[in-house]
Design a protein around this ligand. Structure first.
Ligand SMILES: [Zn+2]
Length: 325
């Protein structure tokens, strides 16, 4: 297994160095072989001046009837069946992103809290970071795209001691929403139960939290992009180096299964479903026109690719997994 220590992660200039996807299931002995059920859980590549690694937190499942909720019933059924999506649930990856920005290590989103009943196959972020030779205490900056539990859970699980020195960057709108005294009444019912725990985490982190506005610079070449709808203060990121540009969508383009072909189809996880669809359409158009490298938090690992126009809709083109060395 190829494992990076922190030094090699920080200094590598390879075009695409690979560890492997974590699988999590029990190992199967085949013909006497007993391959490990778990591998390193990261993929890394060079992007201009940056070294970037999608880091596997694991997978979880959501009800199938939570996506494409405004689609015509017959069209929806035919669409999902044509993609073999006939079960009661849809699987989502959770993929935080580790960025070596030269003088600091940035982590975008933090996965699910380990041991969560609703996501027993997620919560592996720390293990995956350690496979890269990176401890949570090495992280200088954590950027939260938004405050849903599959993005902040890992931070909540290790806020004080784990990510010991990290500053926390979050959009001002998002922080004000979730930290307000009446936050539970301002978010969807399914999200409200997470409010007390989140506010406790915010209190623990204190002045390590740095709320920012749209367009804020997080590091040279890394800037915030307001993408409201999924949550009011949802924040994507743009990473620029020379002529290269990358869009880190967070959950602004959530479902790889429907968002490209039917960006107008809504998901119940968007706080404002109409605004979510509008933001999605704007981002897809920009990604296609500007040929951005895109990474989606919930896409099949490692979740990198490009967006192309296809008539009035779009298609997702997963990037090749480039082996190095
Ligand atoms: Zn999410």
């Amino acid at each position: 297994m190829l494992v990076f220590d922190r030094r090699s992660f920080l200094t590598s200039t390879a075009l695409g160095t690979v560890a492997s996807v974590c699988s999590g299931g029990p190992a199967a002995a085949i013909g006497g072989l007993d391959p490990p059920s778990e591998a390193a859980g990261l993929y890394s590549f060079t992007f201009g001046d940056f070294r970037i690694a999608p880091v596997c937190d694991g997978v979880f499942h959501l009800p199938m009837d939570s996506i494409a909720v405004n689609a015509d019933a017959n069209e929806r059924k035919a669409y999902l069946h044509s993609r073999q999506m006939t079960g009661d649930t849809v699987q989502l990856q959770a993929t935080p992103l580790l960025i070596n920005a030269g003088d600091k290590l940035i982590l975008i989103d933090t996965g699910v809290a380990p041991g969560s009943d609703w996501a027993p196959k997620a919560g592996r972020l720390v293990k995956s970071l350690q496979h890269a030779g990176v401890e949570p205490s090495d992280i200088d900056t954590i950027v939260l795209s938004h405050c849903h539990v599959d993005h902040v859970g890992g931070l909540q699980a290790a806020a004080a001691e784990g990510f010991a020195k990290a500053e926390i960057i979050i959009s001002e709108t998002e922080f004000d929403l979730w930290n307000s005294p009446d936050a539970a009444s301002k978010v969807p019912e399914w999200a409200a139960e997470g409010v007390p725990g989140l506010q406790t985490t915010f209190a623990e982190l204190g002045d390590r939290i740095h709320p920012v506005k749209d367009g804020a610079s997080i590091a040279p070449g890394v800037s915030a992009l307001a993408t409201p709808g999924h949550t009011p203060g949802h924040m994507s990121l743009l990473i620029n180096s020379g002529s290269d540009a990358m869009l880190v969508t967070g959950d602004a383009i959530t479902s790889v299964h429907v968002a490209f072909e039917h960006p107008e189809w809504q998901i119940i996880w968007d706080h404002d479903r109409d605004l979510g669809a509008k933001t999605r359409a704007t981002l897809l158009d920009r990604a296609a026109n500007e040929k951005l490298l895109v990474i989606g938090y919930h896409y099949p690992f490692p979740g990198l690719g490009h967006v192309v126009k296809d008539g009035t809709a779009y298609r997702w083109l997963p990037a090749d997994w480039v082996w190095d060395g």
